[in-house]
Each structure stands twice: as C-alpha cells, then as structure tokens.
Design a binder for this molecule. Structure first.
Ligand code: FES
Length: 66
C-alpha cells in the first residue's frame, strides 16, 4: 500500500465530517486535506508532513579524514 506523504487538494468550499460526527468547514477555494494525520489543524494540512528528523551527521575527529 502506498504511503501518503502529503495532502490531497480539493476544490472548496468543503464540509468535512469527522468520525466523531464533528463537521469542519473551509470556505477556501482550494483546501489541502491532511492524509498523514500529523497536522495540528486536522483534517486540514498544516505542512507538518514536511517535517523530518535530519539524519545524524558524524563529524570526523580532529586529524581524521571524512
Ligand atoms: S498532509 Fe500535510 S500535515 Fe498531513
């Protein structure tokens, strides 16, 4: 199954019904819906899907070559 790495863009305005029955409305002409579930504004994308931890870069000790 492919992994979701970003939002899905839909033409607005939209009304989203969450599993608990809450209805969330956006009047924007284009709405980014979060697929990664990291958004603090879920169900809308807040670009949290972009955040990744940087790979650790080990620096060579003095006198060593990289
Ligand atoms: S898709 Fe962007 S925060 Fe989830």
């Amino acid at each position: 199954m492919p992994r979701a790495i970003g939002p899905v863009l839909v033409e607005g305005p939209v009304e989203v019904v969450l599993p608990d029955g809450t209805v969330v409305v956006s009047e924007r002409p284009v709405v980014a819906l979060c697929l990664c579930r990291r958004s603090r504004r879920y169900p809308f994308c807040d670009t949290s899907h972009r955040r990744r931890s940087r790979p650790s870069v080990e620096r060579p000790a003095d006198g060593e070559q990289a």
